[in-house]
Design a binder for this molecule. Structure first.
Ligand code: HEM
Length: 405
């Protein structure tokens, strides 16, 4: 189905959305109002510029790196982050999710925290929350000019406090590498190291490196953090209605991963994709897109397309059967040139029927959610969850839970 709204062409069928994502003449335009953080970052580039930056960054987003994060680094990070909340017997899932995923995103982006203190973490967390506001400025319900100025200042302060020292450390390692004193595998596997290594060839200014690392910090943390909260919310309701599945939530990681995928399908991190036509385009279905038109991909509708997901497409059902070639998370990670670089890191690999759980990649959201159910997460009857009133998007503002019950 297609509708035209104030000069935008809205695509809401799965087939049209997939076709549109693959069109090379459709250019990114989702972040036009979020330039303060998003100007010249990977997801905003097009054509040859996008290809060369993506090729350089793909080198670190590989299966071996994901395995290392999931098996070696992340379990310790979760335990450490969760410990004070377990002791208190309660947590706010919204805050905890961002705290957890920030720890991960700082590792992948290449932002060091030399003090290793809770106070230092809090400062980085506050910066990241401002960067998130910057990227999603189009949906803000507050004064946008005021927010833009605040966010620009935050970028500069964060640079002085965190980014410049992280870059100095990495430049020293890269010099040692050039001198033959360090092997490739001894260099950090993070975005900042990758960018510094290819700085000249990619013609990167310091301001672009600054925004790119800030973007990875928010892209890695925010999307996974919201998926974390929403997955726990869906699973708690599912288990209430299907008590027989209670044991699967603690003992069957494949089942938990299916719940994560189903959550991500129903709640794409951005409810729409947006593109601008650089030339006239005809989609396979016959939809004509004139040059200059804005195309809105209504992911919320696309991922609930009954022609693909069945008559109960609106419902959460981890046992859903899918047609061949359709991912269980629908198009929530997009497709085509901007397909999410962190998809496998966040949500793992879609398992084959004979997948071996011992070597399977479950994704960090699955691992984190599984930890929460092992820790006995339950809703707090005295403090019901509340929606976030600062944005028009459907985010939870607070989600208090009890632990260890
Ligand atoms: C549940 C988690 C996640 C969801 C739902 C998600 C979703 C998406 C979507 C929809 C896009 C395409 C945006 C567009 O074309 O308009 C995207 C791109 C991207 N994502 Fe994710 N993402 C997730 C996790 C992550 C993580 C963990 C990272 C980094 C570690 C990451 C980094 C990126 C980057 C760098 C791009 C831009 C890719 C490009 O333009 O070539 N994402 N993501």
């Amino acid at each position: 189905m297609t509708t035209t709204e104030t000069s935008a062409i809205v695509l809401s069928s799965f087939a049209d959305a997939k076709d549109a994502y693959r069109q090379k003449e459709l250019r990114q335009s989702l972040y036009d109002e979020g330039e303060v953080v998003m100007a010249d970052v990977l997801v905003n580039l097009h054509g040859a510029e996008h290809r060369s930056r993506r090729r350089a960054e793909n080198r670190m987003f590989r299966r071996e790196t994901f395995d290392r994060y999931e098996r070696d680094l992340f379990p310790g990070v979760i335990e450490q982050t969760l410990a004070p909340h377990l002791e208190a017997g309660r947590a706010d899932l919204v805050h905890l999710g961002h705290e957890l995923m920030l720890n991960l995103a700082a590792l992948t982006a290449g932002v060091d925290r030399p003090e290793g203190t809770a106070e230092e973490n809090r400062r980085l967390y506050d910066y990241m929350m401002l960067f998130i506001q910057g990227a999603t400025l189009a949906h803000s319900t507050q004064d946008k000019d005021e927010q833009r100025a605040l966010i620009l200042q935050a970028l500069v302060d964060w640079d002085t406090e965190f980014l410049t020292p992280s870059a100095q450390h990495r430049r020293a390692l890269l010099n040692q590498h050039t001198a033959g004193e360090l092997d490739d595998e001894d260099l950090p596997k993070d975005v900042l190291t990758t960018l510094l290594r290819h700085e000249e060839e990619l013609e990167l200014s310091w301001e672009v490196i600054r925004r790119e690392v800030a973007f990875f910090l928010l892209a890695g943390a925010h999307t996974s953090a919201t998926a974390f909260v929403r997955s726990i919310d869906h699973i708690l309701s599912w288990v209430q209605e299907h008590p027989d599945d209670a044991s699967r939530v603690t003992g069957d990681e494949m089942f938990v991963q299916r719940c994560i995928h189903e959550t991500v399908r129903l709640n794409p991190s951005s409810p729409v994709g947006r593109r601008r036509a650089l030339a006239p385009i005809s989609l396979k279905s016959g939809v004509e897109i004139p040059e200059g038109a804005t195309v809105v991909i209504d992911l919320q509708a696309v991922n609930r397309d009954p022609a693909v997901f069945g008559e109960d497409a609106e419902a959460f059902n981890p046992y859903r059967e899918l047609p061949a070639g359709v991912a269980p998370f629908g198009l929530s990670f997009a497709a085509g040139m901007h397909v999410c670089i962190g998809q496998d890191l966040a949500a793992g690999v879609v398992p084959a029927a004979d997948a071996d759980p011992d070597s399977h990649l479950f994704g960090l959201v699955t691992v984190a959610v599984q930890h929460m159910f092992n820790a006995g997460v339950a809703t707090d009857p005295d403090h019901p969850p509340q929606r976030d009133s600062n944005t028009a998007r459907p985010y939870w503002g607070t989600y208090p839970v009890l632990l260890g019950g």
